[in-house]
Design a protein around this ligand. Structure first.
Ligand SMILES: Cc1cc2nc3c(=O)[nH]c(=O)nc-3n(C[C@H](O)[C@H](O)[C@H](O)COP(=O)(O)OP(=O)(O)OC[C@H]3O[C@@H](n4cnc5c(N)ncnc54)[C@H](O)[C@@H]3O)c2cc1C
Length: 346
């Protein structure tokens, strides 16, 4: 196989998973990252195969999940770290209709891999508020997001493949594929929510969807399961939990706000009236696309330039498969599906 020299701008989930896939294919990879990550490292890292509102499976979950588990487990083995844990995820139904959707779905072949059959204990679950009953999701996972990001940065740095700097257009010749006097065969932009501030792909409508989470301390809340209704409640350790996240489209800043904190506590009160103490609050920005599909593909004019972005709110589920598909596309071994292709914007 021909060995290409590939520059990846952005070492978040998109950039690092693509770099891993290219290394698997013995390609020459260089990553650039400015160190201002505001999504991959901040994410809750929940992998939930379901979309609860209408009780549908997450898009392409049957493909994505298997590959994601294998990808994170391999990183655990290769880097000797703990990254992925099965998550006991309980949905507290928000309406009778939701319960009915579950009752119907649980016997469908397509859903039996993801939904436990409802039991009397689920319906009468009494450790928190429970207006309409609850159900347990199968095959949910938790990725320790901060560990993912830090371990990836350390790994690529240790191999000498990471430039810790801000990519600037003035150092770059797009036509020639030359960055700081070094010639690359292909350059992939994986800049997350910073896409609009970058040259070449700023016309691709990647929105900044701000998300805020709280870390709370709360006694007597179940610590062996993650609850979900209006907010997720992710057990951490010693009676602490992460709750969230908000979806904010008007404010692209990284400021934490009182409004978000109040909203998250109000959402939490649907689950429990137990007293809580807020220990921490963080804000991040998801790179999202209106049609909720990522964006993969080649620049319409500069043929050496590519984009892999728009991982949205479920990046940890989707990235391993899409990164492989992107790598195959770059090496001429595969095509990009229309659903995620950049051509839908050109
Ligand atoms: C609050 C919150 C909670 C979330 N929870 C979950 C969850 O539970 N499960 C889930 O699957 N997903 C979750 N997500 C979404 C997930 O984090 C994203 O899908 C994913 O991290 C996006 O990765 P990315 O690499 O595209 O972007 P980013 O992580 O933003 O990475 C982009 C990188 O590009 C670099 N960069 C940008 N511009 C430049 C430049 N000019 N020069 C050099 N480097 C540059 C930045 O430093 C950054 O490291 C959450 C997100 C948020 C904000």
């Amino acid at each position: 196989m021909e060995k290409l020299s590939i520059l990846i701008v952005g070492a978040g989930l998109a950039g690092t998973s693509l770099a891993q896939r290219l290394l698997e294919k013995q390609q020459q990879v260089t990553l650039i990252d400015s160190g201002q990550n505001n999504s991959t490292a901040i994410a809750a890292g929940i992998i939930n195969p379901m979309v609860f509102r209408r009780m549908n499976k997450s898009w392409r979950v049957d493909d994505f999940l298997k590959e994601a588990i294998a990808y994170y487990k391999k990183l655990e083995d290769d880097l000797n770290i703990k990254l992925i844990k099965p998550l006991f995820l309980r949905r507290l139904f928000s309406s009778l209709q939701e319960k009915e959707f579950w009752e119907k779905r649980q016997y469908e072949k397509e859903y039996s891999a993801y939904l436990e059959i409802l039991t009397a204990e689920d319906l009468n679950y009494s450790l928190t508020k429970n207006d309409f009953g609850s159900g347990r999701v199968k095959q949910a996972f938790w990725i320790e997001a901060q560990t993912y990001y830090t371990s990836q940065i350390n790994y690529f740095e240790s191999l000498g493949l990471l430039l810790k700097e801000n990519f600037s257009e003035k150092d770059f010749n797009a036509e020639g594929g030359i960055y700081k006097d070094i010639l690359y065969d292909k350059i992939i932009f994986c800049c997350g929510s910073n896409n609009g501030e970058m040259p070449y792909f700023s016309d691709i409508p990647i929105e900044k969807t701000k998300g805020q989470t709280l870390t709370i301390s709360c006694k007597n809340l179940p610590e062996n399961e993650s609850l979900n209704r209006k907010t997720f409640v992710l057990p951490l350790e010693n009676n602490t939990f992460k709750i969230g996240a908000t979806y904010e489209w008007e404010d692209g800043s990284l400021n934490t706000t009182k409004e978000a904190r109040e909203l998250l506590l109000e959402n939490f009160s649907v689950i429990s009236d137990l007293p809580v103490e807020v220990i921490d609050q963080v804000a991040g920005i998801r790179p999202t696309v209106l049609d909720r599909r990522p964006v993969l593909g080649q620049h319409k004019i500069h043929k050496k330039l590519f984009i892999f972005n728009g991982l949205g709110a479920k990046g940890y589920l989707m990235a391993p498969t899409l990164a492989r598909e992107m790598a195959e596309f770059l090496l001429g071994e595969g095509t990009i599906s229309k659903e995620v292709g950049i051509n839908r914007f050109y």
